[in-house]
Ligand binder design. Structure first.
Ligand code: ARG
Length: 436
């Protein structure tokens, strides 16, 4: 490892093993954060130029070298590895190696404490945008299939017992609306987190007239985290809020995956999961297992685990504590795995094929009991009397056509009136305007 940026002439050398322990996985984790750290460093340099701490030429040179670092990193020519203590040190080392004295000026008015906070904040906003986009893409596939398969009968269950005849339209629309809710939450949480901690330095401000507002604006933040102590208190807390949005989506994914693995079982036999999402068994030649569905179901556990880990790390007093470094692994892991899995869903959902016959024939006459009771209500009977009468004569209920039952379910949202346009209108409103 090269000399740490905090090394002073009189510093006692920290043994390699201790340095390694302190750095942990930092250089590996910071690979995800580096592009955001570079962006924030560029804005910080321009801010320093505005208050006369860098000349325009110096700020320009730093900007160009940061662009070069960005390109070299993307091309794999610059590798963030254990030559450095962390990504922040690597940026300063790059600038100093390329620009000498000018490079050494980049850290004026900032600390790694606000540097990592702003990089993480930009990362979270970016991942929340992706989460919104993926949730909307899932909702889109589900809405399109709800429209196409609106009238396909599906036995409805409560308590995993047969309840009322339902439809693929209602099932698809239910999952579509859930993912629209999740996109909505991602947008709201993004708004809640859209504040810049940069310029709070180590947690106490600095005796330099930093242009915090200008830097925040350049980075597209809506506002500042004003108080430096609170900027550090928000580390981990902001990540928890972002994970709230992610876990809403992975929680919905878990329910959807459960439905599919149940429906795909031989006992149900309602759906076939596309072969591209299945594997076989190493011993049972007959097996065709929907593994992808199961691992998608398990994704939520990763997010819940990340939240628990974060909550545990955050048992801290005010001010920066190095413990905060350990908030990074669970957050980066949960977003990487969570978004990777969620992104598979549009393809998986688009490829499902239903056994329409089997679903229709699984509906037994007793499932029409509630429809029958409501028909008697429409004829003037009180609901309780109608309920009892139908309940006493369950065996006398005749098989009907599910199509009639579904078409008659006209309460808004029900099988006969899915209200897809309302769900779609909400999804459309959440899509960013072109150019945003
Ligand atoms: N890797 C550190 C973190 O994630 C960066 C900040 C280091 N600050 C410090 N005062 N040692 O928190």
């Amino acid at each position: 490892m090269s000399e740490p940026i905090w090394k002073k002439s009189a510093s006692v050398a920290v043994p390699e093993a201790v340095m390694r322990f302190l750095a942990g996985q930092d250089v590996v984790l910071d690979r995800e954060l580096l592009p955001f750290d570079i962006r924030a460093s560029r804005a910080h340099a321009r801010g320093l130029a505005r208050i006369g701490l860098l000349s325009d030429e110096q700020a320009g040179a730093i900007g160009r070298e940061l662009d070069a670092l960005s390109e070299a990193f993307a091309a794999g020519e610059f590798v963030l590895d254990d030559r450095f203590e962390d990504g922040h040190s690597a940026i300063e080392a790059w600038l100093t190696a390329r620009l000498g004295e000018t490079g050494k000026r980049i850290h004026a008015g900032r600390s790694r404490n606000d540097q990592v906070a702003v990089a993480l904040r930009l990362y979270l906003l970016d991942r929340l945008d992706r989460l919104r986009d993926i949730a909307l893409a899932i909702a889109e596939v589900a809405l399109a299939r709800a429209e196409r398969e609106a009238d396909v009968a599906l036995p409805g269950h409560t308590h995993l017992q047969q309840a009322m005849p339902s439809s693929l339209g209602l099932w698809w629309a239910g999952h579509a609306e859930a993912f629209v809710d999740d996109a909505d939450l991602a947008v709201r949480i993004r708004e809640h987190l859209n504040a810049s901690p940069l310029g709070t330095a180590s947690g106490f401000g600095v005796n330099l007239a930093l242009d915090r507002d200008g830097v925040a604006e350049e980075l597209d933040f809506d506002r500042l985290v004003v108080n430096p102590q609170n900027a550090q208190a928000q580390r981990g807390k902001a990540e928890l809020r972002a994970l709230d949005a992610l876990s809403a989506a992975t929680g919905d994914l878990r329910r959807l995956a459960w439905d599919l693995s149940l429906f795909a079982s031989q006992e149900f036999g309602f759906v076939t999961v596309p072969a591209a999402f299945c594997t076989g068994s190493s011993i049972m030649p007959n097996k065709h297992n929907p593994d992808a569905v199961e691992l998608l179901r398990a994704l939520h556990a990763t997010v819940v685990g990340a939240r628990a880990e974060l909550e545990s790390v955050l048992s801290l007093p005010s001010g920066y504590q190095r413990d905060l470094q350990d908030t990074k692994p669970p957050v980066l892991r949960a977003f990487a795995r969570g978004l990777e899995g969620l992104a598979l869903l549009p393809g998986l959902l688009g490829g499902l094929s239903w056994n329409v016959e089997r679903m229709a024939s699984a509906i037994r006459p007793a499932q029409y009991a509630t429809d029958r009771a409501n028909e008697l209500v429409a004829e003037g009977l009180s609901f309780r009397d109608a309920y009892r009468r139908v309940g006493d004569e369950l065996d006398a209920l005749e098989a009907r056509s599910p199509a009639d039952s579904l078409a008659a379910r006209v309460s808004l949202g029900g099988c006969g009136r899915l209200g897809l346009e309302r769900i779609r209108a909400r999804a459309d409103a959440l899509r960013p305007a072109a150019g945003d």
